[in-house]
Design a protein around this ligand. Structure first.
Ligand code: 6YU
Length: 487
């Protein structure tokens, strides 16, 4: 009887909360155990001066009818009116919003955007082509190698100036894609699985009161004692045999909680690091191999506030083009001295009436992880020097700087997942497969979280849908069993 079934959800991110909500409304007894003192996980809103800034998730990717995050945000009244207009929802930008760019070069020049745009379009075409393989017949193992080879071919016979511009734009695009995919290098992203990720129509939008406003609204629908905070789960003892008994969830403080079912929503980064101690008995080998094969890297933000804007009034993104990047590299040689070269540029927080003059810098990979270890003053210094060099303004000085540190967050261990080398949809399926896979006690441990979604991994809507999916798995398990027992 499902009313008697006790479910423990590990993690109070969007996947855990959405699983709990659905189970509760179906009559299950649910407890959510959260390691930290807050809900939201990788949805995290902070303030910089008087401004709201997103430390984690930024946009609703593809805000349209099919996107449950958009539908909830609309229902709760959390969006600006422009985000709700049908034209906005109908725009199909394929994951690349048509932002108005400014381009600056390492010799301190602002380039004419009309000069760079055709080159950027050519680069985007190569990127699109890299998402056209179906897991067979791909000419290279990684997206990075494919893009580099196509670019080499494209600019082989071009004059030196065009080739140099082409290669700087490709290098920049590779760094952008490292951020988008949350990877160290595009050489680590599998070419055969690059088309697994699917975009939804709609022009990406933000939450004017912060992404956490979504979490607050969702939580308000749960009884207030559903989530236990500061309660890290150390170990899940499940039963891999015919033996009877509940699953035991052991917390860091020694507490042992019995449950009929456990839904694990911790990040793939956390699983990679802690799977050996987190599950007793150990995870089956095929699941373990998929945990290892799937990628989980780091993408961080560096917010920089200025007294006034030095970019164009309509500018939405600032790209930094290094003129010496002939090798089309997306990894720097000497991380300690040159980590800042990995920062592809900045998005502009809009509208300025709301945010003032704030830029959000984006940096991925080991360079980003190294940045996290530096004292804040050193980050401020590096960003200031970088901007002075690219703008040619020797006195440009930020008012405030703030960065995220996702790699060193012990409960996340990075930013989000991507399909690594040799990955296929089978790996995502294996990750989401419940335990045990055989025997008479099914569905003891279930897995949700962004990395378990077959096509929306790395997003909030993917995480939300994965939580609902696992709740539905339990709901239909009980309803099927009831139906059978009545026959
Ligand atoms: C989106 C966006 N966005 C930027 C940055 C980041 C992410 N995402 P959670 O981790 O939230 O919850 C788990 C909980 O478990 C957590 O609270 C832990 O504390 C807890 N926990 C851990 N261990 C525990 C233990 N032992 N015991 C108890 N509790 C424990 N998504 O839609 N729009 O703009 C961005 C962005 C910097 C870091 C993002 C974005 C990703 C989302 O934030 C993320 O998926 C969900 O919040 C995860 O929720 P969850 O519940 O699963 O885990 C091929 C190809 C294509 C590439 N993809 C392109 C897509 C673009 C992806 N882009 C994202 C970009 C940005 C900018």
């Amino acid at each position: 009887d499902k009313r008697g079934a006790a479910v423990v959800v590990v993690g109070s991110g969007v996947a855990g909360i959405s699983a709990a909500l659905r189970l509760m409304s179906a009559g299950f007894r649910v407890r959510v155990l959260e390691a930290t003192g807050r809900s939201g996980g990788r949805i995290k809103t902070a303030t910089l001066g008087n401004n709201i800034v997103e430390i984690g998730a930024n946009w609703i990717h593809g805000p349209s009818e099919e996107n449950p995050v958009f539908c909830l945000a609309r229902q709760y009244g959390l969006l600006d009116p422009e985000a709700l207009i049908p034209e906005n929802q109908a725009m199909d930008v394929g994951g690349h919003p048509p932002w108005v760019p400014n381009f600056f070069t390492s010799s301190g020049h602002k380039l004419d955007a009309q000069l760079v745009l055709p080159v950027q379009l050519a680069c985007l075409e190569i990127l699109e082509e890299s998402a056209s393989f179906e897991g067979r017949g791909e000419p290279f193992p990684s997206v990075g190698e494919f893009i580099r080879s196509k670019a080499t071919e494209k600019w082989r016979d071009a004059d030196a100036a065009s080739r140099s511009l082409g290669f700087s734009v490709i290098s920049n695009l590779l760094k952008v894609e490292c951020c988008v995919n949350g990877t160290h290098s595009m050489n680590e992203v599998g070419l055969g699985a690059f088309n697994l990720y699917k975009t939804l129509p709609g022009l990406d939008c933000t939450f004017p009161k912060g992404y956490e406003s979504l979490i607050k609204n969702l939580l308000s629908e749960l009884p207030s004692d559903t989530v236990t905070y500061n309660c890290p789960v150390r170990c899940i003892e499940w039963i891999n045999s015919e033996a009877k008994g509940p699953v035991i969830v052991e917390c860091e403080d020694g507490q042992r909680i019995a449950a009929d079912h456990v839904i694990v929503t911790v990040s793939l980064g956390y699983l990679k690091k802690n799977h050996a101690t987190m599950f007793r008995p150990a995870l089956p080998l095929h699941k373990l191999h998929s945990i290892q094969r799937l990628g989980f890297g780091t993408n961080n933000k560096i917010f920089v506030e200025f007294d006034s804007a030095w970019w164009d009034a309509d500018c939405e993104v600032i790209y930094l083009l290094w003129e010496d990047e002939r090798e089309m590299v997306d990894q720097v040689m000497d991380v300690q001295s040159s980590w800042i070269k990995k920062l592809f540029g900045f998005t502009v927080l809009k509208p300025s009436e709301r945010y003032g003059h704030v830029l959000c810098g984006w940096i991925a990979g080991h360079e980003s992880e190294y940045m996290e270890t530096l004292p804040e003053q050193q980050v401020v210094q590096a960003v200031t020097q970088l901007l002075r060099r690219f703008t040619g303004n020797p006195v440009l000085t930020p008012k405030r700087v703030m960065r995220s540190q996702w790699f060193h967050d012990a409960w996340t261990c990075g930013s989000y997942s991507f399909p690594g080398l040799g990955c296929s949809s089978q790996d995502l399926e294996n990750l989401g497969e419940p335990l045990p896979t055989t025997g008479s006690l099914p569905l003891q441990v279930l897995f949700a979280g962004e990395a378990t979604h077959p096509c929306f991994f790395s997003t909030v809507h993917g995480a939300l849908l994965s939580g609902r999916r696992e709740a539905d798995r339990l709901i239909s398990h009980y309803s099927t069993n009831n139906v059978l027992s009545k026959l």
